[in-house]
Design a protein around this ligand. Structure first.
Ligand code: MN
Length: 247
C-alpha cells in the first residue's frame, strides 16, 4: 500500500503500544498512508498496564506517535479516548493539547450522514459482560459433569420404561451457548447505552472484534484492534462507514 488513502474519519482502537504484541510496523504503514480530517484513537492506545510490568517500547512505536502528532500539526483533529489499559491518563481528563489534540473519556462524532455517534472504548460495561463470562466458565465445567451424568440418567429412565434417549448435557449446552455469547452481550449492552443517550449509534473497541451492524435500530461499530486483526472503522466522504482491514 503506497498510494495515499483519503477518508473523512478514521477510528482505531486497541493498539496496545508498549507491548510486544503491538503491530507497530503495520500500524505505521497504515498511519503513514492515510489522510483524514478526524483521527479517533478509541482506547487502549498506550498500554500502561504492560509498561508497568515490562517496558517494551520499540522505535516503530515511537514513530507511530510521532506520525500521529505530525498529522495533528498538519490539521487532522486527533481525538484520544482512553480505555482501561490507558487509564493512567484518567486523572488529567479532559485534556486539550494545542489546537488539534484532545483526550477524553468519550466523544460525540457528528457524521456526514447526519447522525450522531457516541465514541467510547467500552470497558465500563465489563461488570455486566464479565459476570456473564464467569457464568459461562462455570457452565462449561457443569457441562462436562452433566455429560458424565447422561449415561446413568438414561439407565434410570430405561428402568422406568422410557427408551427414548434424552440428553441432559444437550439441554445444558443450549444454555451454556447463550452464556458464552459474550460478544453479542457486549454489542447489545453498548448499543442500548447509546440508545439511552439518544445517539444513533456507538463506535467502540475493547473486545478486539471489528463489526458494523444494526442492533435494535442502533448502529454498532467496533474498530477491532492492532494486535491481531489490524482493522479500523473508516468514514468515507460519501458518508459510508466501512471496516478497513490492513493486509
Ligand atoms: Mn480495553
Amino acid at each position: 500500500m503506497n498510494e495515499s488513502l483519503f477518508f473523512r474519519s478514521v477510528f482505531i482502537s486497541d493498539l496496545h503500544l508498549g507491548t510486544r504484541d503491538a503491530q507497530s510496523e503495520r500500524l505505521l504503514e497504515f498511519i503513514r498512508n492515510v489522510e483524514c480530517e478526524n483521527l479517533y484513537l478509541v482506547g487502549d492506545i498506550i498500554d500502561g498496564w504492560e509498561l508497568r510490568r515490562n517496558w517494551r517500547w520499540s522505535q516503530a512505536q515511537s514513530d507511530v506517535l510521532q506520525k500521529i502528532l505530525r498529522k495533528a500539526r498538519k490539521g487532522t483533529k486527533v481525538h484520544y479516548i482512553i480505555g482501561n489499559h490507558d487509564e493512567f491518563l484518567r486523572p488529567f481528563l479532559p485534556m486539550v493539547m494545542g489546537d488539534n489534540i484532545t483526550i477524553a473519556h468519550e466523544k460525540v462524532h457528528y457524521a456526514l450522514n447526519g447522525k450522531r455517534y457516541l465514541v467510547v472504548h467500552g470497558d465500563m460495561f465489563d461488570a455486566v459482560t464479565m459476570t456473564k463470562k464467569w457464568v459461562a466458565h462455570l457452565g462449561d465445567r457443569c457441562y462436562l459433569f452433566l455429560l458424565r451424568l447422561n449415561r446413568p440418567i438414561n439407565t434410570v429412565r430405561r428402568w422406568f420404561g422410557k427408551y427414548h434417549y434424552w440428553s441432559l448435557s444437550k439441554m445444558a449446552k443450549q444454555s451454556v451457548k447463550q452464556a458464552v455469547s459474550f460478544i453479542t452481550d457486549y454489542e447489545e449492552v453498548l448499543s442500548s447505552h447509546a440508545d439511552d443517550g439518544g445517539y444513533d449509534g456507538v463506535i467502540c473497541g475493547h473486545i478486539h472484534h471489528a463489526e458494523i451492524r444494526v442492533i435494535n435500530g442502533i448502529e454498532y461499530l467496533n474498530c477491532g484492534d492492532w494486535v491481531e486483526s489490524c482493522s479500523a472503522i473508516i468514514e468515507h466522504y460519501d458518508g459510508r462507514f466501512e471496516i478497513y482491514e490492513h493486509d
